[in-house]
Ligand binder design. Structure first.
Ligand code: CA2
Length: 177
């Protein structure tokens, strides 16, 4: 979970009168673990509505996020599900296991109190992302339950919303005490 691990390396030197054991400490910084969750219908990226969501597929988005995460020293677990219950379980599982969450809950953003409750109980710093600008579309998309818990939100920049979301969670996690 991105905590410093201490490895104690033990090595010995043998000669005919003694066995000398020396220890050497080395600290390793493990990468911060980010759970990146995509909600319903985002598996359709690149297939329909390119005017709204662009031409990149979900796989293209995953590759982009992997590349950005690597450059920031983050490790990501990239997921998509159309099922609200599975998303709730993933968020619950992040408690104590992930350092941060990037969440595009799709249409559940605007309706799911269950996702909001899962986020609140997981207590993992979260950044909300959206491909489209949810404030320039239908009025019902303006309300986000995810935003009640999220540290911040990036929307309207297509795949680049995810890139900025990753930079934001990196910044949040690295400025913790
Ligand atoms: O802009 C976003 O990222 C959204 O979360 C996408 C959701 C929408 O309900 C939110 O209001 C905003 C919809 C995801 C559907 O994605 C599709 C992609 C291509 C074709 C059809 C659907």
């Amino acid at each position: 979970m991105g905590k410093a691990w201490t490895n104690r390396v033990i090595y010995g030197r043998l000669n005919w009168w003694s066995y000398e054991v020396k220890t050497h400490k080395c600290d390793m910084q493990m990468p911060l673990e980010i759970l990146l969750i995509n909600g319903p219908n985002l598996n359709m990226l690149g297939v329909r509505q390119p005017n709204v969501y662009g031409r990149s597929s979900l796989k293209d988005l995953e590759i982009l996020c992997e590349r950005e995460a690597r450059s920031l020293g983050l490790s990501i677990d990239f997921r998509q599900s159309n099922a609200e219950g599975e998303l709730v379980s993933r968020i619950q599982g992040a408690r104590g296991a992930a350092d941060g969450i990037i969440l595009n809950a799709g249409a559940l953003t605007h309706s799911s109190i269950a996702l909001l409750d899962a986020l609140a109980s997981a207590e993992v710093p979260t950044v909300e992302v959206h491909m489209s600008n949810i404030h320039r579309r239908e009025q019902f998309r303006e309300k986000s339950y995810v935003s009640v818990f999220a540290a911040g939100m990036v929307c309207g920049l297509g795949s680049y919303s995810y890139v900025l979301g990753l930079r934001a969670i990196h910044n949040i996690l690295n400025s913790r005490q």
